[in-house]
Design a protein around this ligand. Structure first.
Ligand code: UDP
Length: 455
């Protein structure tokens, strides 16, 4: 009695899953909870390399790792291979880690918080008698749709491969975009590997919600009360943001290039187009060049995150002379401190792939969006941004499926003149901010969760 509650946090090994759980861990630490954060060895090594000079204790979070079953040298480019070894190898490794903590360190574990896509980790916790929270890193509407999956199968609307048999519009609340079954993320017949992974997720998420005492999510109740009410034991605790007191968040897979912040300081207020597509998006060389030429054509200052693996080729190749022509008004970095960029007064808009973290970060900073989804959940998020919340504009491809430089210029110019969109995004920013402030809905949910794990 009287000891600090101790929580074990287990993310899925991908940037967009590790980041929000790291932010949640900081919120827990701020409220007196002890956190042990369990990455795979591969991700742990990447995070430690991006945090030079830091030890395995980061602002109170204890960073530990277990093997995912593949050699460290393996670059994990074969997603199916990894998705095969994880459930085979990691349950035993997690169980060993928990026993070690309980025995050797003479510690208690009051709760385990596990990504909804890792049902096996919840099974380990059930077996060991530990309380469980599932954490959904996606939009709540998508969680609700995933929970509909068994019924859609039963009704013959989708088959057991996730492929749509009857195309129907599913709308679970007025605050959700109209989604045809062909548009839901488990239906991607053009990409069989992604389809197989997403289908696996749909089953696991259903299992995870059943096995959990709580379902935490990176959202806030006011965003869509009806959809939140559909999910049993849901506690929205977002939007999850990095705390201002941290100069370097643990959780980035690449070192952040902070030179872009001093560059932003030199730009006029509300003038810069921030362009970033998260950690996984890949462009064809043709589309990459068209984007570069689009940014040049806009003629405004831009900050563009170009990861070393952003294009399908082995090297990043810009259009001839591009870097010289934009040198005076364009800044290119490999990885940015995104939250700080979005919060900077010089940032005018966000050209984004609509990953859920990027979406919630942009909303929390009141930055309007140009949406350019790449895959899976991002199409749903785009529909929320453009059609439901009306805080951004989408891009239309030409007849060859390419987003042209002219389309980019025209949409950026339209967005920057659109006072309605600016007003909507600033209103949502206020609501989001209130929810995480003291006494706000997300803040109260987090307090309630901590009180319950202490019992
Ligand atoms: N991010 C960052 N710097 C960058 C680009 C992205 O810190 O230059 C962070 C971003 O703030 C977000 C995460 O990486 O928290 C990306 O998650 P998201 O869900 O948006 O996309 P994903 O990478 O999963 O496709």
């Amino acid at each position: 009695m009287g000891m600090r509650p101790h929580v074990l946090v287990v993310p899925f090994p991908a940037q967009g899953h590790v980041m929000p759980l790291m932010k949640l861990s900081h919120r827990l630490i701020d409220r007196g909870v002890k956190v042990t954060f369990v990455n795979t060895e591969f991700i742990h090594a990447q995070i430690m390399a991006a945090l030079p000079g830091k030890g395995e204790e980061h602002c109170g979070i204890h960073l530990v790792s277990i093997s995912d079953g593949l050699e460290l040298e393996n670059e994990r480019k074969d997603a199916l291979e990894l998705m095969g070894t994880i459930p085979r190898v990691m349950p035993g490794n997690l169980e060993d880690l928990i026993r070690k903590i309980l025995q050797e360190d003479d510690e208690q574990i009051d709760c385990i918080i596990v990504d909804t896509t890792l049902g096996w980790a919840l099974e380990v916790a059930v077996k060991m008698g530990i309380k469980r929270a599932a954490f959904s890193p996606y939009a709540v509407g998508l969680l609700a749709l995933d929970l509909q999956f068994p019924k859609l199968m039963e009704d013959g609307i989708v088959d057991s491969n996730g492929t749509t048999v009857k195309d129907e519009v599913i709308k679970l609340s007025p605050g959700m975009p109209d989604m045809k079954t062909t548009e839901i993320m488990w239906n991607c017949p053009d990409n069989p590997i992604t389809q197989e992974i997403m289908l696996g997720f749909a089953f696991t998420i259903n299992q995870a919600v059943k096995l959990s005492n709580w379902v935490l999510c990176n959202s806030f109740y006011e965003l869509d009360p009806l959809i939140h009410d559909l999910i049993p034991n849901l506690l929205p605790v977002g939007p999850l943001l990095m705390s201002n007191r941290l100069d370097q968040p643990a959780g980035s897979f690449w070192p952040e290039d902070s030179t872009c912040l001093s560059w932003l300081d030199k730009q006029s207020p509300c003038s810069v187009i921030y362009v970033a597509f998260g950690s996984m998006t890949i462009f064809s060389q043709h589309q990459f060049e068209e984007l570069a030429l689009g940014l040049e054509l806009v003629g405004r200052p831009f900050l563009w995150v170009v990861r070393s693996d952003l294009t399908a080729g082995s090297d990043i190749v810009y259009p001839d002379g591009f870097r010289d022509r934009v040198a005076h008004h364009g800044k290119i970095v490999k990885w940015a401190p995104q939250q700080k960029v979005l919060a900077h007064p010089s940032t005018a808009c966000f050209l984004t792939h609509c990953g859920w973290n990027s979406t919630t970060e942009g909303l929390s900073m009141g930055v309007p969006f140009i949406s350019w989804p790449y895959y899976v959940d991002q199409f749903y998020n785009e529909r929320c941004i453009c059609d439901v919340w009306k805080v951004g504009l989408g891009l239309s491809p030409d007849k060859d499926g390419i987003i042209s430089r002219h389309e980019i210029k025209s949409k950026v110019e339209r967005l920057l003149c659109d006072q309605g969109i600016r007003k909507n995004v600033l209103e949502l920013k206020e609501i989001a901010r209130k929810s995480v402030s003291e006494g706000g809905s997300s803040s109260k949910n987090l307090e309630e969760f901590i009180e319950q794990i202490k019992c």
